[in-house]
Design a protein around this ligand. Structure first.
Ligand code: TXA
Ligand code: MG
Length: 314
């Protein structure tokens, strides 16, 4: 059952117009991207951005990604060096977020960057997200549309279940295609901040050189770097070939389960189904076991999310 406050908008011109109007009033609206559903707000409006942190109960030191329609638009807010421009040209629109120096007088709310001098920016590749950005005309700050620390949403039902009584509306664009969040890359020199929907190997091939390891920081700058994240209510056991009787088993390839990430072991399909199956496993109320996932290509992002789902909770 959907809570009555949440307005579910159709992914058509009328729904997008309504969503853009809500954003203009400072409301939070969830919308589909090709990776996961985002919880959007006007990135230039402090009060609107504060609404995101409030709805998610997200620790305010975690900065947000701004979503824009093009590299040209992104250049109004962030400084692109040569490798950043090369990556943006190669992969935008798409599942790549770049963390870049924020331009002075960008107009972006300091809440978006957690008061820092770097801004995360991405151009999503989803018809509804694109139409929303062009109808709204300003950058949209959007984290994944889930309560802080919980499983990311890949359907409007996931959004409604997690945040239904706390946000104005969700545009229902059906299940997302990629299924894991964008890959996050910092620059000077290019380095990986979070594995994601764009494989590391693909980025390195475009750059013609390996990405540097992420610089060590004293405090995590991304919830993707917090140990426990994407947490279901029950425990999660990884790399399992034979589950205990009480466990809800998520299989892959030749290893069967109550459900499977992909019967053929296809990692693209596995990424697309990952969060949906974690939601389903969570709903079962049983402890969760997961088959081994190869640690290459999209498997890196899948294993990263699974490790965090399995990490001890604070
Ligand atoms: O695919 C995605 O990236 C989705 C869709 C909605 O675009 N968004 C998403 O947002 O995953 P979120 O907030 O769940 O994760 C964004 C990550 C966080 O780990 C955050 O800390 C990091 O990006 N981040 C944002 N701004 C940053 C900055 N200025 N410096 C370093 N990390 C930053
Ligand atoms: Mg998230």
């Amino acid at each position: 059952m959907l809570p009555s406050r949440l307005v579910r908008l159709a992914p058509d011109a009328g729904g997008i117009q309504k969503a853009a109007e809500l954003l203009s009033t400072g409301a939070c609206v969830a919308f589909p991207t090709e990776t996961v559903y985002g919880l959007g707000a006007d990135a230039t409006n402090d009060r609107a951005v504060a609404g995101i942190f409030e709805a998610k109960e997200r620790p305010s030191f975690n900065p947000l990604i701004i979503h824009v329609g093009s590299l040209e638009e992104a250049s109004r807010y962030a400084e692109f060096d040569i490798p950043a421009r090369q990556l943006a040209t190669a992969f935008w629109p798409g599942a790549l977020t770049l963390v870049l120096p924020l331009k002075p007088d960008s107009g972006i709310s300091p809440l978006v960057t957690a008061g820092g001098s770097l801004v995360a920016v991405r151009v999503p590749d989803h018809p509804v997200a694109k139409a929303l950005m062009s109808a709204f005309g300003r950058p949209i700050a959007a984290p994944s549309a889930n309560p802080a620390g919980r499983i990311s949403p890949t359907t409007a039902d996931h959004v409604a279940a997690g945040l239904g009584d706390r946000i104005a509306a969700v545009i229902d664009g059906g299940p997302t295609d990629v299924g894991v969040e964008s890959t996050i890359v910092g620059t000077a020199p290019p380095h990986l901040l979070r594995p994601g929907g764009l494989p590391l190997e693909t980025i390195e091939a475009a750059l013609g050189s390996p990405l540097e390891p992420a610089p060590q920081r004293s405090s995590p700058s991304a919830p993707g770097q917090l140990a426990s994240h994407y947490a279901p209510a029950e425990t999660v056991r990884l790399g399992t070939k034979s589950p205990q009787a009480e466990e809800f088993m998520i299989g892959l390839g030749a290893i069967p389960g109550d459900v499977t990430l992909s019967p053929t072991g296809d990692l693209r399909e596995a990424a697309a189904r990952l969060f949906s199956l974690l939601h389903e496993a969570d709903t079962s109320g049983r402890p969760i076991a997961v088959a081994p996932v190869p640690d290459s290509g999209l498997g890196r992002a899948i294993n990263d999310r699974l490790r965090r789902a399995a990490a001890p909770r604070s």
